[in-house]
Design a protein around this ligand. Structure first.
Ligand SMILES: *[C@@H]1O[C@H](CO)[C@@H](O)[C@H](O)[C@H]1NC(C)=O
Ligand SMILES: *[C@@H]1O[C@H](CO)[C@@H](O)[C@H](O)[C@H]1NC(C)=O
Ligand SMILES: *[C@@H]1O[C@H](CO)[C@@H](O)[C@H](O)[C@H]1NC(C)=O
Ligand SMILES: *[C@@H]1O[C@H](CO)[C@@H](O)[C@H](O)[C@H]1NC(C)=O
Ligand SMILES: *[C@@H]1O[C@H](CO)[C@@H](O)[C@H](O)[C@H]1NC(C)=O
Ligand SMILES: *[C@@H]1O[C@H](CO)[C@@H](O)[C@H](O)[C@H]1NC(C)=O
Length: 487
């Protein structure tokens, strides 16, 4: 390891070399400002926090700095598991892993036992972590397992399979990725700068106990190549600074913080520190692309009457056709009945017998419980309390199937998702809004007519086509009109 990361320490005197260096840095900075003025793009407001020396480094990495668009081959996965949990969690990884396309490994505590061999080619290849007992800090480590987990990123870097790697993505063996969205979101950031992208917990208490600045590892977080290169030469020193930290993610956040790098939160990344039925959350997803979900063994199956594996695989069906719309909430109205339709594409459809504005419906229904019972406020976001008021309680439908009418052709102009009633609502109609009951409806069909991915961060609108008394309602997604108000 000849490369040592950019130092931010001030030296007491200036040698002529340092004066020259200062000159280079200042002119670099002027160029950098000029570049930013010329090519300002909306997501570079974090750039100023990056030590600018790092940005001016020539390509000491195998990466080409003038880069092509980010794609899956630029991402190196650092998945961490252990032999004990592998058997149960393998289906979660295999639901998203793309053999021969995704790069990376699953890091294990010990070599797989005979019953787990031969290792399936549909799973990421396994690696066994180095024995950390060789570290001189070992006797002082409060939680050696967590240090093993964090060092997987270092061990991955040292495999020297880094050609064209732009991002190292850390995650657990029970994290579920939506790869097309991951690629799109990481593509917004410049991997030659220092970036640490993840999310914190849904529960205020978990963030308070560890850190509001920590990317939770089960949700998954991404470290740019430049950052991992800098960490590689400093991780073991960092571990010596923090032998008392009991969580690998906290260690990771601390080591990055000491290099001047703070967490950037992406709202499509989910730790799911929740219990029970998370359908309320998945039915009011933020308009950011869905990137990960986690903790399937701690929550109820996300689709009714399926087991956990089946439910995860069911969600992957729409994911295979269009990840840009997956869980994206689209709201429209049937004025002649005073109904609101709220679609979470590829997951659920709700009908309310009232007109609710988007400002209300974007708040998740609190169908779930926090990770640990506690006093409110519990969550990092606002929720709606479930209600038995017929004017407030939705009729709930969940994904039944996906049909690609253009299957075989390259366009996906006509993807139809269908949603069927999960349970009877067992409430009378909302009488104050005209007494229009939605009970006859057993199925909702949603037509996506767009030819491409939905633009991230922008909602779509829809129209309802329904003849009173019929058992099927049709909803057509479309671009929102100028100044269209959802209320
Ligand atoms: C980067 O790639 C482009 C073409 O893809 C090439 O012209 C250029 O020389 C490369 N730059 C470096 C620093 O390798
Ligand atoms: C990904 O981008 C690289 C250029 O960095 C290109 O060579 C490669 O073909 C692309 N891969 C895919 C699957 O598009
Ligand atoms: C992956 O690559 C191996 C070796 O090239 C090949 O035998 C296997 O069929 C490939 N698998 C898939 C799913 O493409
Ligand atoms: C879930 O159901 C499938 C069959 O649909 C079955 O093969 C699998 O063993 C079940 N998984 C669990 C954990 O019960
Ligand atoms: C819709 O509800 C309002 C009250 O909220 C009511 O005055 C109106 O008549 C209803 N419209 C229809 C078509 O039922
Ligand atoms: C609402 O409709 C149901 C049947 O559709 C009827 O029995 C009930 O009396 C009506 N309620 C009101 C307040 O009109």
């Amino acid at each position: 390891m000849s490369f040592s990361g950019p130092s931010i320490q001030q030296k007491p005197q200036l040698s002529s070399l340092q004066i020259l260096w200062k000159g280079i840095v200042i002119s670099g900075f002027v160029l950098f400002l000029f570049y930013n003025v010329l090519y300002h793009h909306p997501n570079n407001d974090h750039d100023l926090f990056v030590p600018f020396i790092a940005q001016k480094l020539p390509a000491s990495s195998p990466n080409n700095v003038t880069s092509s668009p980010t794609n899956l081959s630029h991402i190196m996965f650092v998945l961490v598991g252990c032999i004990r949990t592998w058997k149960y969690r393998r289906p979660y990884i295999e639901a998203w892993w793309r053999e021969n396309k995704t790069r990376g490994n699953i890091w294990l505590d010990v070599a797989p036992t005979q019953e787990l061999l031969p290792w399936p080619s549909s799973s990421p290849p396994f690696r066994v972590n180095e024995d950390i007992k060789k570290l001189k800090i070992y006797p002082k480590l409060v939680n050696p397992v967590e240090v093993r987990i964090y060092r997987s990123v270092l061990e991955t870097f040292r495999l020297e399979d880094n050609k064209d790697v732009r991002w190292f993505v850390m995650a657990d063996d029970d994290s579920l990725f939506f790869l097309d969205n991951l690629v799109e979101v990481l593509g917004k950031y410049d991997h030659t700068k220092y970036y640490y992208i993840g999310t914190n917990s849904e529960c205020i208490k978990s963030n308070y106990d560890f850190s509001f600045d920590m990317g939770f590892g089960g949700a998954g977080y991404a470290l740019s190549y430049a950052l991992v290169e800098a960490l590689a030469s400093t991780i073991d020193e960092c571990i010596e600074r923090y032998p008392h930290l009991s969580l690998s993610d906290y260690l990771s956040s601390s080591c990055s913080a000491d290099l001047g790098v703070d967490l950037i939160i992406e709202k499509g990344i989910h730790q799911i520190d929740l219990r029970g039925d998370i359908s309320g959350l998945l039915s009011s997803h933020p308009k950011s692309p869905l990137i990960t979900l986690h903790h399937f063994d701690a929550i109820a199956p996300i689709f009714p009457s399926m087991n956990r594996t089946e439910a995860v695989n069911h969600l992957m069906k729409p994911a295979k056709l269009d990840q840009s719309r997956l869980l994206q909430q689209t709201i429209c109205y049937l004025r002649q009945s005073n109904w609101t339709f709220s679609i979470s594409w590829g997951y659920s459809a709700h009908i309310y017998e009232s007109i609710f504005p988007r400002s209300i419906l974007r708040r998740p229904l609190e169908t779930f419980r926090p990770w640990k019972e506690d006093r409110p406020p519990l969550f990092m976001f606002n929720t709606r309390r479930p209600s038995n008021d017929p004017c407030k309680a939705p009729h709930v439908f969940s994904l039944e199937g996906v049909l690609d009418r253009d299957e075989g052709s390259s366009s996906h102009e006509h993807i139809i998702t269908t949603y069927s009633r999960s349970l009877q609502r067992n409430l009378p109609a909302c009488s104050s809004n005209g007494n229009h009951s939605a009970d006859p409806i057993v199925k909702i069909q949603v037509f996506s007519s767009s030819t491409g991915r939905k633009e991230a961060g922008r909602i779509e609108c829809c129209d309802v086509d329904y003849v009173a008394g019929k058992d099927i309602a049709n909803v057509k997604l479309r671009a929102c009109m100028k100044s269209e108000v959802l209320a």
